[in-house]
Write a protein that binds this ligand. Structure first.
Ligand code: ZN
Ligand code: ZN
Ligand code: ZN
Length: 159
């Protein structure tokens, strides 16, 4: 999983949004699920930058476009996007981030910068395997694991 798009602060983010939308459309087509205009809009808003965004923030932005937008609309759309694997939920922040590789099944660790709030994701199948093994050894049946690291990103370490 590449993190090049996060290390280049001057990157053209419109490309990221366009790419994300393109793969979201493809995935929805493959899974035979519908990326309705509101789901698409919420997805775009989640992708408006590389920072985690909360449901309340999304509602505020959506309200500017549609004063009648309701929280339930946001939650339903987010639920759809989560199930489709297009976004990840950051449990520790109760926020959302667009998935960088939605076309591939993956277990990733989210890297969240405390300074610039950028969130990256790196594939970490081995870490998950280790945790599953540990759980099994302790006769525990895990239903959900989320690995989130809070710290300082490459860019912020330089400044
Ligand atoms: Zn970008
Ligand atoms: Zn992902
Ligand atoms: Zn940073």
């Amino acid at each position: 999983m590449s993190n090049t798009l996060l290390t280049d602060s001057s990157h053209n983010h419109q490309h990221c949004i366009n790419d994300a939308l393109k793969s979201a459309e493809k995935i929805c087509q493959q899974k035979n699920i519908r990326l309705t205009p509101i789901r698409r809009r919420i997805f775009e808003l989640v992708w408006s930058n590389h920072k985690a965004v909360g449901a309340y923030e999304l509602l505020e932005t959506l309200h500017l476009e549609d004063p009648k937008a309701k929280p339930v609309t946001i939650y339903r759309a987010l639920d759809f996007l989560l199930k489709a694997g297009l976004v990840h939920k950051i449990q520790s922040l109760n926020a959302f981030i667009g998935c960088l590789k939605p076309e591939i099944a993956h277990h990733s660790v989210l890297l969240i910068c405390n300074q610039c709030q950028k969130t990256d994701e790196i594939e970490a199948q081995q870490a998950y395997d280790n945790i599953y093994q540990l759980a099994e050894k302790n006769s525990f049946m895990p239903q959900h694991i989320s690995l989130e690291l809070h710290g300082c990103c490459k860019n912020c370490q330089l400044t």
